[in-house]
Ligand binder design. Structure first.
Ligand SMILES: Nc1ncnc2c1ncn2[C@@H]1O[C@H](COP(=O)(O)OP(=O)(O)OP(=O)(O)O)[C@@H](O)[C@H]1O
Length: 609
């Protein structure tokens, strides 16, 4: 499906670095949006459009195809949904005809739910006029048909679900006027090539298309060729783009020292605010969670083995502040793509970011690709991807407990913090070659290439004007904790990890709606399952939950590190009235400007397991 850029492509209109990150337009009202949409944005407490919103919305309202490249967390969802809502509301002033007018394609089920939620919020003042439906694998064909027979105005789905329903004649696209491809740089990596080809061939002519992407890659060009008519390309560079709002640090340490450091950082509250900890695989997810549990540290999990509902629930709990730590395994990461990027070097005229990444050494790439193949063979949900657009709220720090396999993946991961004008911190653990395989119980295969991947990351960030700085940990100051770490690690045996994975799945079985009836008829099975679920998977060591004073360094926490990890101050005061101003939000609830400061929500940790 690859397609080269040619002279027929639309001129690239590049918003320059001087443009304010909140956009050139002062308010949403200046964009000429319907009053009901303005009410909805105000209710969200969005005072000014972001850069991508101020640039893309007027073009889309004008009927233009748009291809926008804007950094993660820059507000792309509203940039493409608001013009669609505007168009539908305008049409409904003169026509009562109902049909599916807009189709929004996203690569994962999580994103389907997330985008549908954004639409639900933005249509809160016009929910009678605009019907939104999402298609999900969870629903049976009959249920999807029923949803679609209602002729929803907007349908959100993955390309696979969309094609399935077009093919079954459940989804009619004859009258479609708007098409969106979100996360366009990633959508092909999910193997949706055929679905997209099929969808493209069944769409009516003259459709208005919007492509949203965090990077401009050959994949995006392919999709542009397939779906767009001479789009306006917005290559948006914000003043603090590309990790600009993220302070990036790296710690070189041994494999077991990762556990020592993370324990000290969390238990001694060197990390402040909410953290996403990325690990390399599902097993590691449970290992770290069980390790934390030994110290009474609560965390929730995200991995491809968990059913989609459960994953969405985990993100919601994290966003609500029920948990301050989410451990995410990234086994479906943006891997295997760097090979494609290398092969396509030279095809790319306009995509400077990709070209930068693509020109990195083929030797490094080889290592990455071979590891990625191993990972790809593991059991997984093809529609799963953590760093793909999931909107984790107020993330103070992203910790790469295990370094990703590519610089591109690194970029997506760190994009989970410093969203919508906030700042954040990214901290990566890197295992030097001479420390690899020196502590087998904590070793992971992927760490073999850590130094190579790090050098790619450093190059990538340097090209973006960003620095990845060493994080100064005084290892001697945390040495006193090593004994405790080893104690906890010993309790997290392979059997404990396996049982924890099983326990999680059993819990899901108990919660399963479709098995409800079966359990009602077989109460004994429920009792058995419940009994198993309560099984402790690690031995209990209550003394580890407290940190005795004698273990702390003489000069306190500052002796461990002078750095403040994870403090997320807001760079701008969004309401323009200072932090103390009070804003009414949601169902009349009063919130303060301070509410969204993760340092404040840190207190939400009070709930215990
Ligand atoms: N104009 C605005 N003012 C303030 N916050 C906003 C505005 N528009 C969107 N947001 C918030 O910014 C966050 C990021 O938005 P969104 O998820 O649309 O970003 P994105 O560019 O799609 O990110 P990604 O590439 O990761 O999917 C959301 O929490 C959203 O509510």
């Amino acid at each position: 499906m690859k397609r080269k850029l040619d002279e027929n492509d639309a001129p690239v209109s590049t918003a320059n670095a001087e443009a304010p990150s909140t956009g050139a337009t002062a308010t949403f009202a200046d964009l000429g949006l319907d009053s009901r949409l303005l009410q909805a944005t105000a209710r969200q407490n969005w005072h000014t459009p972001t850069l991508v919103q101020s640039k893309a919305i007027p073009l889309a309202i004008d009927g233009r195809d748009v291809l926008a490249k804007a950094k993660t967390g820059s507000g792309k969802t509203a940039a493409y949904t608001l013009p669609i809502l505007q168009a539908i509301l305008k049409r409904k002033q003169t026509s009562s005809e109902s049909y599916t007018a807009a189709l929004i394609l996203v690569p994962t089920n999580e994103l389907v739910t997330q985008v549908a939620k954004v639409l639900e919020t933005l249509t809160s003042y016009c929910s009678r006029e605009i019907k939104v439906s999402k298609l999900s694998d969870k629903l049976s064909d009959a249920a999807q048909r029923a949803v679609l027979s209602d002729s929803p105005d907007i349908v959100v789905a993955t390309p696979a679900r969309t094609w399935h329903n077009i093919k079954n004649s459940a989804l009619s696209v004859d009258k479609l006027t708007h098409l969106v491809l979100d996360e366009a740089d990633l959508v092909l990596s999910y193997g949706y090539d055929e679905d997209l080809q099929n969808v493209a061939s069944s769409l009516p002519k003259g459709l208005q298309t919007t492509l949203m992407s965090a990077t401009l890659t050959p994949e995006v060009d392919t999709l542009k060729g397939l779906f767009c008519r001479n789009p306006t390309v917005l290559d948006l560079v914000e003043p603090d783009e590309d990790g600009g709002g993220v302070s990036q640090f790296v710690v070189k340490c041994g494999e077991d020292e990762k556990f020592l450091l993370i324990y000290c950082m969390v238990k001694l509250e060197l990390i402040k605010g909410k953290a996403i900890i990325f690990v390399s695989d599902v097993d590691r997810c449970y290992r770290l969670k069980l390790f934390f549990e030994q110290f009474g540290i609560r965390s929730c999990l995200l991995n491809s083995e968990l059913p989609v509902n459960c994953r969405i629930h985990a993100v919601e709990e994290f966003n609500r502040g029920v948990y301050n730590i989410i451990i995410a395994s990234d086994e479906n990461e943006v891997v295997g793509e760097e090979k494609d990027q290398l092969e396509s070097t030279g095809e790319e005229a306009s995509s400077k970011n990709t070209t930068n990444e693509a020109t990195e050494s083929s030797e490094q790439n080889q290592a990455v690709v071979s590891s990625s193949k191993k990972r790809k063979s593991s059991r997984r949900d093809k529609n799963y991807g953590i760093s793909r657009g999931i909107d984790f709220k107020n993330v103070a720090v992203v910790i790469n407990f295990d370094l990703p396999l590519s610089s591109r993946s690194y970029l997506h991961r760190i994009g989970r913090t410093a969203r919508a004008g906030q700042t954040g911190m990214a901290l990566s653990f890197v295992v030097p070659k001479d420390k690899f395989r020196k502590h087998m119980p904590t070793s992971v295969e992927t760490a073999e290439n850590d130094e190579k991947v790090l050098s790619r990351i450093i190059k990538q960030q340097a090209k973006r004007g960003q620095e990845v700085k060493p994080y100064n940990f005084d290892m001697k100051a945390v040495e006193a904790f090593r004994y405790r770490m080893n104690d906890a690690l010993r309790a997290v045996t392979k059997v404990a990890v396996r049982e924890a994975r099983l326990r999680e799945l059993k819990q899901e079985l108990l919660k399963s709606e479709s098995l409800k009836r079966h359990f009602e008829e077989n109460p004994l099975e429920v009792r058995h399952l419940r009994h198993d679920v309560e099984l402790r998977t690690t031995r209990s060591q209550p003394h580890l939950k407290h940190v005795p004073d004698y273990l702390l360094p003489k000069d306190g926490k500052k002796a461990i590190t002078p750095n403040e990890v994870g403090f997320v101050p807001f760079k701008k005061v969004l309401d323009g009235k200072g932090r103390k101003s009070r804003i009414t939000k949601g169902r009349g609830r009063r919130v303060t400007g301070r509410k969204s400061d993760p340092l404040k929500s840190f207190k939400a940790r009070s709930k215990t397991k």
